[in-house]
Design a protein around this ligand. Sequence first.
Ligand SMILES: *[C@@H]1O[C@H](CO)[C@@H](O)[C@H](O)[C@H]1NC(C)=O
Ligand SMILES: *[C@@H]1O[C@H](CO)[C@@H](O)[C@H](O)[C@H]1NC(C)=O
Ligand SMILES: *[C@@H]1O[C@H](CO)[C@@H](O)[C@H](O)[C@H]1NC(C)=O
Ligand SMILES: *[C@@H]1O[C@H](CO)[C@@H](O)[C@H](O)[C@H]1NC(C)=O
Ligand SMILES: *[C@@H]1O[C@H](CO)[C@@H](O)[C@H](O)[C@H]1NC(C)=O
Length: 244
Amino acid sequence: MRSQTILFVGIVSLCSAKEYYDKLDRYLIACHTTDFVCFKRQYKALRDNVLLGNNILNIDYYDPYYFKYGNSGTCIKLSGLEESELVGISMDGAVGLFGLTLELPLRVQQVYNDTKLCAEPEREFTSVQTHNATIQAIYPYEIRKKKGVIHMVLEEEDLEVILDIPHLIDYDMNNTEQLAVYNLSEWAYDILQHIDAAKSFALPYTSQYRTLAERVSIERLLLLYPEEEYTDVKFNFSDSYHFP
Ligand SMILES: *[C@@H]1O[C@H](CO)[C@@H](O)[C@H](O)[C@H]1NC(C)=O
Ligand SMILES: *[C@@H]1O[C@H](CO)[C@@H](O)[C@H](O)[C@H]1NC(C)=O
Ligand SMILES: *[C@@H]1O[C@H](CO)[C@@H](O)[C@H](O)[C@H]1NC(C)=O
Ligand SMILES: *[C@@H]1O[C@H](CO)[C@@H](O)[C@H](O)[C@H]1NC(C)=O
Ligand SMILES: *[C@@H]1O[C@H](CO)[C@@H](O)[C@H](O)[C@H]1NC(C)=O
């Protein structure tokens, strides 16, 4: 009876280990160093299943970024990472740098929240302002082999966020509708410029990539050709117009 119980436990843990790998396999896409299209697909799968949160890999769920703006009590919500696309990826073993460039519609929204944090806004905007944003993260990295498993160890990233703000001069100030859009745009511009909100918004997300690299062997993400080594990989793809 006793040995039967032990056997049973053994089978259960074997099954859950298999299930663990099956699930990761569904969204960890490995790409060759020459395949930009594959990297774009890889990013989308990581975005949806890993970077926005993952239980199996113990990666925290990403919350939209909320903050209190000025003394007015207004609360702002920034979102859009869930729609981000990979527009550049690069890796250079010689200098130990790994780069990601993402584009997304950054949504700036006034939110109402009856906790103490937010109060009635001074200027009320009900619509959502969307700006195209480009995020570039450059991580210094090292390749380390531990117990036969190869990892890319990422250090803290250097982050840049570029926002496309429409030219305010293009609006017709005699038109009430356009004036309202102008006001809204000016307000969003003000927020994003003066508190560096875009960086605070992007950093918690781009740092998820560091955690991913800790949890998953580089071999599950990057495939080499016979003549390549993980320590001297080199590629640089981009279709971003901000970061060539
Ligand atoms: C890829 O090329 C761009 C433009 O030349 C450069 O800014 C970036 O640092 C390169 N990436 C790496 C990892 O060297
Ligand atoms: C109100 O804001 C707090 C702090 O940002 C947040 O945790 C909570 O979920 C918000 N409540 C609603 C109803 O949005
Ligand atoms: C964002 O970029 C897309 C494609 O590049 C463009 O069609 C769209 O109008 C832009 N949106 C804004 C708000 O500038
Ligand atoms: C707006 O109105 C002013 C005077 O009422 C006029 O001089 C100006 O040309 C108008 N602007 C446009 C873009 O129609
Ligand atoms: C736009 O802002 C100006 C000055 O802040 C204000 O006088 C005007 O009423 C606003 N217009 C609209 C349509 O929101």
